[in-house]
Design a protein around this ligand. Structure first.
Ligand SMILES: Cc1cc2nc3c(=O)[nH]c(=O)nc-3n(C[C@H](O)[C@H](O)[C@H](O)COP(=O)(O)OP(=O)(O)OC[C@H]3O[C@@H](n4cnc5c(N)ncnc54)[C@H](O)[C@@H]3O)c2cc1C
Length: 178
């Protein structure tokens, strides 16, 4: 099972942690558009009033804590910009870079386009790599980069939206680019 919790802090973080307790093997992503994933809302007035002087005292848990304690993939500064329930596609935008990725391929590795050339060493050379993005345009460029660097790569025509529409099965190794 793969779950994307939209928003951290109270409901989102509680939901993600509860899901982990229910399913040890679920792939859980928590997308929070702000920079903090867990902080004490109720202490904000005390911070504004100077009773709690340090902002950092309000932080309850950080992304590394969620990763180590619950194996939850926390993405801060990451906004859900669209959800297609029938297609089971959630589009996530990095609020700092504006890059958009779509989460729905189980086991996919997400490498933003701008990082692809510097992260080639993370990719397998002994098998075919399927490259997918939202509509296949960025994946086309990413596939060209991979082919030029000696990888066995194929662009998934139609991208994530077509894949979801036609309910295509997940392949052994898929790479999403943004
Ligand atoms: C000053 C203050 C004091 C409070 N004191 C108390 C108290 O003493 N006791 C009490 O019970 N309650 C208190 N509350 C209320 C409590 O904090 C809220 O009820 C609770 O936080 C609501 O939880 P939530 O998950 O719905 O929203 P939030 O905790 O606000 O979490 C929602 C998160 O989702 C993120 N988000 C929204 N849209 C997107 C998107 N599209 N993509 C990605 N991320 C997104 C937001 O950035 C936010 O971090 C207080 C609230 C405030 C502001």
């Amino acid at each position: 099972m793969k779950v994307v919790a939209v928003g951290g802090v109270a409901g989102g973080a509680s939901c993600a942690a509860r899901l982990r307790r229910l399913d040890e093997n679920a792939e859980i992503i928590m997308a929070e558009r702000g920079p903090y994933v867990s902080y004490a809302n109720c202490d904000l007035p005390y911070h504004v009033g100077g009773v709690i002087p340090k902002q950092s005292s309000l932080i309850v848990a950080s992304a590394p804590i969620f990763k180590s304690a619950f194996n939850i993939d926390v993405r801060t500064n990451c906004e859900a910009v669209s959800i297609a329930p029938k297609l089971k596609v959630v589009e996530l935008r990095n609020v700092q870079t504006g890059e958009v990725t779509a989460e729905s391929v189980p086991g996919a590795v997400n490498i933003p386009m701008g990082q692809l050339r510097s992260r080639l060493n993370e990719l397998p050379r002994d098998r075919e790599i399927h490259v997918i993005c939202r509509s296949a345009q960025r994946a086309y460029y990413a596939t060209r980069v991979l082919l030029q660097n000696g990888f066995n790569a194929k662009n998934i025509s139609g991208g994530m939206l077509a894949r979801a529409m036609f309910k295509l099965g997940a392949k052994e190794q898929e790479l999403t680019t943004a």
